[in-house]
Design a protein around this ligand. Sequence first.
Ligand code: MN
Length: 286
Amino acid sequence: MSAQTVLSISPKLGYAGAPLVDWDYLTKHGQAGDFVFFGYDQEISRRYGPSNAGAASFVRAHTSTIDLVQPGTYDLGTIASSSPAEAIGEIAATAARIVSTFGGVPVLVACDHTASVGALLGSIQERSVAPVYVYFDAHFDLGRNCAPDDLIHNGGFVGEILRNKWASCAVNVGGRSVTAHVSYPATADFVNVPAYRSDAVIARLEPLAGQSIFVSIDADVLDPSVAPNVPCPEPNGMSAADLLACCQWLGQHCDVIGADLSEILPSSDSRNCELTLMSCLLALKK
Ligand SMILES: [Mn+2]
């Protein structure tokens, strides 16, 4: 048996033990609904918290030796971009290519949460109906204290998504920062679920059953006892089990068209939160 036969695909070295593949492999073997991870290792536009550059590679290195992965899950590697200013377009182009080539589901692992705009834009490119943007995050990231032309950063990008109608509605789960309690004028098409226990959250999410959704996970939705290594920690967050149960429910009842994970600080004191968060992303797969 030749080495080529044995290594028809790479050894498992990607996110959650998924095989690292290239476009050639995906074009030949990718099937509709397959989850395709890709990383982006640079900061794009951070307004809050210290830099977490390198987070995508950190998460891959800390999850590649486990075997959580299911069939039909791949890792395309880490994409490079010429500059942070070009990054959103390049992330969007990669996500759009995953969708258009074989109907895959793009799953981005990134640094600051702003990268989610690129993953969402690529995921919706061939769709006529905007999805619901479901984001697990201690912060609303609506930029309600920012000028309307100053929203493309990790504290305002959800406001930009709504203003541009890239999503039909944004649903926040786990928002609890001090700004979540300030009285701002209501934001159209924004809903928050101020509960963390999965049974209470799922009861609120039930209207989403059967709908197309994009799911974005900011690591700071978890309690700092579970995920201490985030740039903007907030006390009293969700438990790992509750976040996982919510993601399982979304995966089973909704059409997940794309997903992302961000805001993990590379650190030796991660308490393995990257494994927890990777399990949550995988739970979104049918
Ligand atoms: Mn956050």
